[in-house]
Design a protein around this ligand. Structure first.
Ligand SMILES: NC(=O)c1ccc[n+]([C@@H]2O[C@H](COP(=O)([O-])OP(=O)(O)OC[C@H]3O[C@@H](n4cnc5c(N)ncnc54)[C@H](OP(=O)(O)O)[C@@H]3O)[C@@H](O)[C@H]2O)c1
Length: 332
């Protein structure tokens, strides 16, 4: 079977390779899933570059083989073989949350799969365990009320658009900082606007006009650098900014007086750590919520293109240049 790996950290288009490995039988408590679709997420690219929150472990995939690291944190597929102690049967469609999903078959614990309804297509199912969960938890954690103003950076990302959709349903007013405009419909009414990040003075002015006297209640930043700083500067006294991404790769210069004299609360969010704080019941509820939101089109996860696993280098190049029009999926 085809398995995407890398032997050293670096630029994804340079270091990824596709090797042949043998599928193995599932151990007790596991299913073997024939994976059919996986998104290319920014976290995958951070992982390959060696900038993700945990270190990649390089090791041989078979005795005597050279050390490699697997790629991919989520996917959709079909159970191909189940250990005898497992309730899920071959043929069941599942979403998978596990390491190494950029391959054809993966053995995973049943705790890491979600059975999905037939009405949820692979395009959505393969994206359901990272971004929709993140969008829901980020918004819940801010605890905003109707009429509050939420500022987002990278507002045209999949997560950004999901947050905007969820926030608007709660009556939260949304302003998104974007680095360029897209052909996809952008929110433009009294409840949601998009503002170009450049020039920053104009962006600040537009955000202030949109927010009005109450100011920006909270910001969510996935970019860092000058854009993260711009967002921080726009948050009102006593407001909050949560950082959950590092798309620019640059540090945010945090002026101490924002925190000391203006009482702005600055914190971070990482899905795996946040989920570790949740009970199994809370996780089950989140899974039901996300499944419902995706199947009822309250959340969208558009797809900009599909590439075969063998074509992974072109796929990652395209994922970074595709300009906010949707995910690039690895299929087959
Ligand atoms: N902390 C967590 O647990 C967690 C979980 C999920 C996602 N995330 C983060 O959420 C962010 C969005 O993920 P996604 O999957 O929704 O992304 P996505 O759909 O793949 O879209 C990427 C977005 O990033 C924007 N972008 C890329 N480089 C940028 C830069 N240097 N400056 C400004 N914008 C830039 C793109 O803007 P253009 O449209 O202009 O190209 C595009 O809108 C990422 O940072 C990801 O790591 C974090």
């Amino acid at each position: 079977m085809r398995t995407v790996v890398f032997r050293e950290h670096g630029e994804p288009a340079d270091v990824l390779s596709v090797i042949e490995t043998e599928p193995t039988d599932p151990l007790p408590g596991e299913v073997r899933v024939r994976l059919t679709a996986r998104p290319i997420n920014p976290s995958d690219l951070l992982w390959i570059r060696g900038r993700y929150g945990r270190a990649a472990r390089f090791g041989p995939l078979a005795p005597g083989a050279p050390p490699v690291a697997p790629v991919g944190f989520e996917a959709a597929g079909v159970v191909d073989k189940a250990a005898p102690d497992v309730r899920l049967r071959p043929g069941s469609r599942v979403a998978v949350s596990a390491d190494g999903t950029w391959r054809e078959y993966l053995n995973v614990s049943v705790a890491d799969v979600i059975e999905i309804p037939d009405r949820l297509p692979d395009d959505l199912a393969c994206q359901m365990t990272v971004n929709p969960m993140t969008a829901n938890l980020l918004l819940d954690d801010l605890g905003l009320a109707a009429g509050d103003v939420l500022l987002q950076t990278a507002a045209t990302s999949t997560v950004g658009r999901m947050i905007t959709a969820l926030a608007r349903r709660r009556g939260i007013r949304c302003v998104g900082l974007v680095r360029r405009r897209h052909h996809r419909p952008t929110p433009s009414d009294d409840d949601a606007v998009e503002v170009l990040v450049d020039p920053p003075e104009r962006a600040r002015e537009q955000i202030a006009v949109f927010a009005g006297v109450g100011g920006v209640t909270a910001a969510l930043d996935a970019v860092g650098g000058a854009t993260g700083r711009l967002a921080l500067d726009c948050v009102r006294d006593g407001g909050r900014m949560t950082v959950y991404g590092m798309l620019s790769g640059s540090d945010i210069a945090v002026p101490p007086d924002s925190l000391v004299f203006h009482g702005v609360n600055l914190d971070g969010f990482w899905l795996p750590e946040r989920m570790r704080t949740m009970t199994p019941e809370e996780i089950g509820e989140l899974v039901r919520t996300v499944t419902d939101q995706l199947t009822h089109h309250h959340l969208h996860a558009p797809v900009a293109g599909r590439h075969a696993l063998a074509d992974v280098r072109d796929a990652v190049r395209r994922a970074e240049s595709r300009a906010g029009t949707g995910k690039i999926l690895l299929v087959g």
